[in-house]
Design a protein around this ligand. Structure first.
Ligand SMILES: [Zn+2]
Ligand SMILES: [Zn+2]
Length: 662
């Protein structure tokens, strides 16, 4: 009798199907509860999304849940957030919730200590607050005056004190009894920021959320935030899913950074999800950057976002001088011009630091045989194996495949095979030979492969035990190097003419950031860019420190070419052992799309640029629309149909909405 009265629980489970699963459960269970349920031969953890009075399944087939987790039910706005992400990114709800939950809850476990550390009662010294420049003060006032949804773009040049603006705004929110969320792109940046936030808010409880935090710690942080105990949530993109009952402000630092977009599984943009969340919770959101993404800048200049500008450096007197070095008629020495070498040796004499920026790690991008044309290709990917001379390996940067460096050409036996091109290791070696007295330090993902190694490198830079740094974009982000006065940029031209329409935007951001590392203390900084295109508008905009001019020119080009932000895009990608299978699946999907109609443009299925990865052949189909709602409506019905489509067993497909990579 009572069984029939109990509601049917609709549970989201992490399985690759766009549906919920019905279970019987007790009358006390509410939506948002975490439950353990029998599924197939095992047990899964899921979230109760809704209660229903009946089920499509016959009552006697309906299984009962096994247990309810002793966690307060997740709030309605969290369920809504996940539902929005599921709809927008065309990803099953159970998969979204599984990603949004911290690791232990996902496995149906609880961390041992549920209560957070009590804050000690000792009154702490009031933290020192630096004085604000007028522009900073105006930005803080603007951000803290609205109490409802208001999106801001905080466009501030490097060193203009954006972080101070965030901290002041957060302070106001905490005083008003609210919670604040702050997202940053890189794990590498969080320890530095954690320290600064903790020092500024000694009484506040801070929950840290990024993949470097241990499972139990992340789970406790999540539960702390959920219970309203945590005042500040600080983390990388996955922190956007933390439940916050008193949320009053969201801050996204370096909003242009590509790492806010997850490139596998659920392909969501944490920045865009955060904007949705701010709207949903009716709170202000600040997107900060020195080089905003063109999407965000377009919103700010078209009036959708409010533009706040910080044009003055809070730290040093002047921004670095940027110059181009025309290399068209010069024979370079190990890839470096006479002007750059002279500038480096000047810094050496003055006891200052130089940085040579080359965004390509390894020794050389390929090993080749000049006799027969053999090159070191990856047998699993459509890519070359990169020469890593430091540990005598060839390595694929896409799949991780490794091999020893052959002594002779595997095809023709020629012993005279060469590395072609130049990566950071080769540049490091060349600089070491040219400046034998200098202490050279290489900073890339190989030399800074762990947080400890990265920390040691940063220490070496700070205490002055390095004279010349050779590094990739890892060095560009958020660190102050007070002795660094010269940045040399080599090998940047390739990005000017890349097939990816976002390449110039990324190059501009990288060069602005890396240039901003120099001259941050009392010493003036200089940036030298080696190029064969000295009059290129991108470099000219860098010389003039004119992001707005660069952005306006890029946006005009994008509008003319019909690229985002003037159109909205989605990709359907398929991968299979045979390229024909992937293309056939996409072709059939395209046929079904044409039958649906709708105001979208469907392109032809094509192999991806990296058309083979990990032995799988990959192809994609681009869908575009001038209207986001039209694209969304189309995707909803199209993708639902794809789940029922017959495909070869080894074929996998996914949808990438607002793709960043093609
Ligand atoms: Zn050969
Ligand atoms: Zn590979």
């Amino acid at each position: 009798m009572s069984q029939a009265l109990d509601p049917v629980l609709q549970v989201a489970l992490d399985v690759p199907l766009p549906r919920l699963f019905d279970y019987r459960g007790g009358a006390e269970i509410v939506p948002g509860s975490l439950v353990r349920v029998p599924f197939g031969k095992g047990v899964k953890t899921g979230v109760v999304v809704a209660l229903a009075t009946g089920s499509d399944q016959p009552a006697d087939k309906l299984k009962a849940i096994e247990a309810v987790l002793a966690v307060p039910p997740l709030p309605a706005d969290w369920l809504e957030l996940c539902q929005f992400v599921s709809r927008y990114y065309q990803h099953p709800l159970g998969g979204v919730m599984s990603l949004a939950l911290p690791p232990l809850l996902r496995q149906g476990k609880l961390p041992r200590r549920l209560k957070a550390k009590p804050t000690d009662g000792e009154p702490q010294a009031a933290p020192v607050q630096p004085d604000l420049l007028d522009e900073q003060a105006a930005a803080v006032a603007a951000i803290t005056s609205p109490r409802d949804f208001a999106p801001f773009l905080l466009h501030g040049i490097t060193g203009s004190g954006k972080t101070e603006v965030y901290l002041r705004a957060i302070a106001t929110v905490l005083e008003r009894g609210g919670q604040a969320m702050m997202l940053v792109p890189e794990i590498a940046l969080t320890p530095q920021l954690e320290g600064r936030v903790a020092a500024r808010f000694p009484q506040a409880r801070i929950a840290i959320a990024h993949s470097g935090v241990a499972d139990a710690g992340r789970t406790r942080g999540f539960l702390d935030a959920h219970a309203g105990h945590a005042d500040i949530v600080l983390g990388t993109r996955l922190a956007v899913f933390m439940p916050l009952p008193r949320l009053r402000l969201i801050v996204i630092d370096e909003e242009h950074d590509g790492s806010f977009k997850q490139q596998e599984g659920l392909r969501y943009s944490a920045r865009d999800v955060a904007v949705f969340r701010a709207k949903q919770r009716n709170v202000p959101i600040v997107l900060g950057s020195a080089t905003p993404s063109l999407e965000t800048f377009h919103h700010a200049t078209s009036g959708r976002y409010r533009l706040l500008e910080l044009t003055r450096r809070a730290v040093a007197e002047a921004p670095p001088t940027v110059r181009v070095v025309d290399t068209r008629r010069e024979k370079l020495q190990d890839g470096m011009s006479a002007a750059l070498l002279a500038a480096v040796s000047e810094r050496l004499q003055r006891g200052e630091q130089s940085l040579i920026f080359l965004n390509r790690r390894g020794y050389a991008p390929v090993l080749a045989c000049p006799a027969c044309g053999w090159i070191s290709g990856c047998r699993r990917c459509a890519a070359n194996l990169v020469v890593h001379l430091a540990d005598q390996r060839l390595r694929c940067h896409h799949c991780g495949l490794e091999a020893g460096i052959p002594r002779a050409c595997p095809d023709c036996g020629n012993a005279d095979i060469h590395p072609f091109g130049r990566g950071t290791q080769r540049l490091e070696a060349a600089i070491g030979e040219r400046f034998p007295e200098a202490r050279v330090l290489r900073i890339d993902r190989d030399s800074a492969s762990t947080p400890a190694k990265w920390g040691a490198l940063l220490d070496a830079i700070h205490d002055g035990s390095a004279d010349i740094l050779v590094g990739t974009q890892m060095l560009a982000k958020g660190h102050d190097f007070p002795k660094l006065t010269l940045v040399g940029v080599v090998g940047a031209d390739a990005a000017l003419f890349a097939a990816d329409f976002r390449a110039p935007e990324r190059l501009f951001a990288q060069l602005m950031q890396v240039g901003g590392r120099s001259g941050r203390a009392a010493l003036a900084g200089e940036v030298l860019i080696q190029t064969e295109y000295p009059s290129h508008p991108l470099y000219q905009a860098l010389i003039a420190h004119d992001y707005a001019a660069f952005a306006a020119a890029q946006l005009a080009e994008r509008e003319q070419a019909g690229f985002p932000p003037y159109v909205f895009q989605a990709l359907l990608r398929a991968e299979a052992k045979q390229l024909d299978d992937a293309l056939a699946f996409l072709a059939a999907a395209r046929e079904s799309a044409l039958a649906l109609g709708g105001s979208v443009t469907l392109y032809d299925p094509v192999p991806m640029r990296l058309f083979r990865k990990m032995t799988l052949e990959r192809a994609q189909l681009l869908v575009e629309s001038a209207s986001r709602p039209a694209l969304q409506a189309f995707l909803a019905s199209w993708v639902a149909g794809l789940y029922n489509r017959k495909a070869p067993r080894d074929l996998r497909w996914h949808v990438d909405v607002d793709p960043l990579e093609f």
